[in-house]
Design a binder for this molecule. Structure first.
Ligand SMILES: [Zn+2]
Length: 419
């Protein structure tokens, strides 16, 4: 932090250092009064709709800001502004920022030119790059094939609902209704193949071939403007990920699952792969996203995406008991002597377990201790190793297929299962 300000021409290193120490102390205080990560999954604790007038009345100035010196608040804001833009500057700035990153995560981050060029272009012009990408890679009925797999995974999920002895019939009917109402977005948004529409999307963004820093400023302004344009308008089914992205997501407020073209490729999916491989990889991802609609967060939303309870009281009680089994199980997993956080990762673990089960029924990670620690602190997903051990040790099908002994570690007596 000090290095960045010295590069900007600060006259006195000791003075900068003490300012930055105060910034860290201030940030630590902020972190301590922030709702802990594991409680942030509780929508009812996080969502407080209020008018602007009530916000100003109830929170005129937060206690912390009221007692922090204006000087510290000023340094805090300055660091965030400068720190965010330092990695877009010349090499000495980038190296200073890299040092900071390395202390936090244990890795230097990828500074290779090809990586920076590709990831920056994808994050700024992802739908234009995506149009080229899908023209090249997403053909031969890929969308239809993905759709068919989703339907098979959905059927496996709904077929299992009658087997859930912890659920009353009314809640079960509502769960079936919600599962059938889940909409999907596959591959890419159609407008990207229409050049006029694509040009229209980016018409306010001015990119200059030789001005990397100002291009980034222009993009920041562009994205702010686009966000403000959405204010008080009906939300559209926009894509939160670009077509080449190797990832997928579920949006509870729309009850929609989304699979960009990037993940509908090998090693996740290939039309020449045997079904076992396609369902073992892509099918599990599809089941994972579908099950998010029924995890501790997703279950709070109805089939229309409104935060509204559709559960019987007894089913909620039993869901919470079953969830506690999974919280306790994942709390017991240890990485570098640190326990993973079962409550924080509950939604992802429910989705991993439900996803694996649904995908199986259709068909009868270079880490450093610092980044692992960071993941345990902040990531809603369990560390990759436990995403495998957790789901498979809960799977009766896995144990049966691999003939695990009753004493085997992957076949614990106490298994957790929700969906
Ligand atoms: Zn997930």
């Amino acid at each position: 932090m000090t290095d960045v300000f010295m590069l900007l021409g600060a006259p006195n290193k000791t003075a900068v250092q003490s300012k930055m120490e105060n910034v860290i102390l201030f940030e630590t205080e902020l972190a301590n009064i922030t709702t802990p990560q594991e409680d942030r999954r509780d929508e009812r604790k996080m969502y407080h709709k209020m008018t602007l007038a009530n916000l100003i009345r109830d929170y005129p100035r937060s206690t912390l800001c009221a007692h922090a010196l204006p000087r510290i608040l000023n340094d805090y804001m300055l660091w965030h502004l400068v720190g965010d833009f330092a990695s877009l500057l010349s090499k000495p700035f980038r190296e200073a920022k890299q040092k900071f990153h390395e202390i936090l995560t244990g890795t230097k981050g990828n500074e290779d030119a090809w990586y920076t060029c590709i990831s920056d272009t994808d994050s700024v012009l992802g739908f234009a790059v995506g149009a080229l990408f899908v023209e090249e890679t997403f053909k031969g009925g890929s969308k239809e094939k993905a759709k068919e797999m989703i339907e098979n995974v959905r059927t496996a999920f709904t077929d299992n609902l009658p087997n859930l002895d912890w659920m009353d019939d009314a809640t079960r009917a509502a769960a079936l209704d919600k599962a059938n109402a889940v909409t999907d977005m596959i591959g890419y948004p159609n407008y990207i193949l229409d050049h006029a529409k694509l040009d229209k999307k980016y018409e306010d963004l001015k990119i200059n071939k030789s001005d990397y820093f100002n291009n980034n400023l222009a993009y920041t302004q562009y994205i702010f403007k686009k966000s403000y344009e959405k204010l008080r308008k009906t939300p559209l089914n926009e894509w939160a990920m670009s077509p080449p992205t190797v990832n997928a997501y579920y949006t509870p407020s729309k009850n929609t699952i989304v699979f960009p073209a990037g993940i509908l490729q090998a090693p996740f999916y290939d039309q020449n792969f045997p079904k076992s491989l396609n369902y073992g990889a892509m099918g599990v991802v599809m089941g994972h996203e579908l099950t998010h609609g029924f995890d501790d967060q997703g279950r709070e939303y109805d089939k229309y995406g409104n935060m509204k309870s559709w559960w019987g009281a007894d089913a909620v009680k039993k869901f919470k008991q079953k969830s506690q089994c999974m919280i306790d199980q994942y709390n017991n997993f240890e990485l570098h002597g640190e326990h993973e956080r079962g409550k924080q990762t509950l939604g992802e673990n429910i989705a991993d377990n439900g996803g694996l089960k649904s995908a199986y029924n259709v068909w009868c990670w270079n880490s450093k201790p610092e980044s692992d620690h960071m993941q345990i602190l902040t990531d809603p997903h369990s560390p990759p190793k436990f995403r495998v051990i957790g789901t498979l040790s809960n799977s009766e099908d896995f144990n049966k297929e691999f003939k695990c002994k009753s004493s085997a570690k992957m076949n614990p007596k106490k298994k957790c299962e929700i969906w």
